[in-house]
Unconditional design. Structure first.
Length: 491
């Protein structure tokens, strides 16, 4: 029997469905995270531009984006709450033994979540009701609240990768907890900043991709140019920074989690002059099948020298390292993330060179086709990053302190599979509803723009007084219900 099959046979029956359920809900939730963390910042940048330059179009975009931000946050409440419950329901061994050590991160995230909810409500309510400067200033804490939430989650996750800040008693339970050390672990800094910049560039590419599609369909007015340029510029500036941070976190993994690094690079034996494999599949006997082999490159990337020693998977017993299949999954996720990041850097350079030389947006259709795909590609890169982080840490849920199998629930595996099926159906409905709402909002806004361009029959609030009372519709154009409505559908 192969090592992978032997380890699988020894695992509890609940382990696979519990991991699949957690993986599905996390992968679904993380689609919304870039918008939750970075979209408030992008919206406020557009808001500031509108106030600074007295640009009504920028204010219109900021207000519409704030509505999207609120809808996204509402969906994030559901998916985030499900994840919170799953930690206790699926992994009682983790929370029961280690909750006192790393639970502070979840506490911080909870406070940040409620603060962000209040701030979003104030920001939405403030349109047309508050003075411009007051409204903008009240929105400024929004990005900080989002970053605080990310701080809490990344503090917990980095602790799971490099646990610190506790001692173990005779029964193996943590005592003498040092909260400061438990939060600021060796992996926290690299992981946090890598994550934050990833969220900024992903949100920027996601938002700008919508307007890139509009450009390809012939919508090249100021509204679409501005809607594309601001978020894409933010993403383009963040992309090369992320490339540097990605290299820094890979070196941190090399030093702090050498076995995980071996999984990410499918290194079997500890050695120097180690080659780099682009993709490829690790076999049970340690050989690599397929992929592109580049001699010496892995050692050079790890320590700037071909003589750098890279720790291999066989440096630890088989039950303390990822299986060959898990290592291959982590390796492919890592390589795909790097490939996508490299392509996004080239796209950002294309944009920057055109702007520096001509002081205008690129005109090539291929650029906008690439920009339209960049949002999806960046989300895939984020998913791959989390896969590499979590699968590469196997079999540990708390690195070198608790295995995943020791933390899993005792609930019957059949029940967990049913839960997974139910969650999948509910999430399809939730995300489908989210998409329908966004499409309806887009259609309503587009009709309002077309009618306003045709003769001003519909008045955008920002088109006349950005923070004043809503402009009523002409009597002859009132909707059948009898009550005049503003652009956002409210009386």
């Amino acid at each position: 029997m192969s090592t992978s099959l032997h380890l699988l046979a020894d695992a509890p029956a609940q382990l696979l469905p519990a991991r699949e359920l957690m993986a599905f809900t996390l992968a679904s939730h993380i689609i919304l995270v870039p918008l939750g963390v970075a979209f408030p910042f992008i919206t406020l940048v557009m808001h500031y531009r509108g106030l600074r330059r007295k640009d009504e179009t920028a204010l219109l975009l900021a207000r519409r984006w704030s509505a999207v931000m609120a809808v996204q946050f509402a969906l994030g409440i559901v998916t985030g709450t499900v994840l919170s419950f799953e930690f206790g329901l699926l992994w009682p061994g983790l929370m029961g033994r280690w909750g006192d050590v790393f639970g502070i991160g979840f506490g911080v995230e909870a406070w940040a979540f409620f603060l962000e909810a209040v701030l979003i409500a104030i920001y939405l309510y403030g349109w047309r009701r508050l003075k411009p400067r007051t409204h903008f200033l009240l929105g400024l804490p929004l990005p900080a609240a989002a970053l605080l939430g990310a701080f809490g989650i990344l503090a917990a996750n980095s602790w799971m990768n490099t646990p610190r800040g506790f001692s173990l008693d005779a029964q193996g339970n943590p005592v003498d907890v040092n909260v400061w050390k438990a939060i600021f672990t060796p992996m926290f800094g690299p992981q946090y900043w890598h994550f934050v910049v990833a969220m900024i560039l992903t949100a920027g590419f996601m938002v700008s991709g919508v307007y890139a599609v509009g450009w390809l369909r012939g919508r090249r007015d100021h509204y679409h140019r501005l809607g594309f340029a601001v978020p894409f510029t933010i993403a383009a500036l963040a992309t090369p920074v992320q490339f540097v941070l990605g290299d820094a976190i890979a070196r941190s993994v090399f030093h702090k989690q050498p076995v995980k690094f071996a999984a990410l690079e499918i290194v079997w034996e500890t050695d120097t002059r180690v080659p780099e494999y682009l993709f490829g599949r690790l076999q049970e006997d340690g050989t690599v099948k397929g992929g592109i082999k580049i001699p010496l490159l892995d050692s050079i990337l790890a320590g700037f020298s071909p003589d750098t020693k890279v720790v291999g998977l066989t440096s630890v017993p088989a039950d303390q390292r990822p299986t060959a299949t898990q290592a291959t999954i982590a390796h492919w996720a890592f390589d795909l993330m790097v490939v996508i990041g490299s392509v996004l850097v080239l796209l950002a350079l294309w944009y920057g060179l055109v702007w520096l030389r001509h002081r205008r947006l690129p005109a090539s259709k291929w650029f906008y086709r690439s920009a339209a795909c960049a949002g999806v590609a960046s989300v895939v890169a984020v998913e791959c990053g989390w896969i590499a982080t979590e699968v590469g840490r196997q079999p540990w849920i708390v690195y070198q302190n608790m295995r995943v199998a020791e933390a899993v629930t005792s609930t019957r595996s059949t029940t967990l599979w049913i839960m997974l099926a139910v969650v999948m159906v509910v999430y399809v409905f939730l995300f489908g509803s989210f998409l329908v709402i966004l499409l309806r909002m887009r259609t309503r806004w587009r009709l309002a723009d077309e009618q306003r361009a045709a003769g001003g029959a519909v008045h955008a609030p920002e088109a006349d007084t950005p923070y004043g009372p809503r402009a009523p519709l002409p009597v002859g154009d009132a909707p059948p219900g009898g009550a005049a409505q503003s652009e956002d559908g409210r009386p």
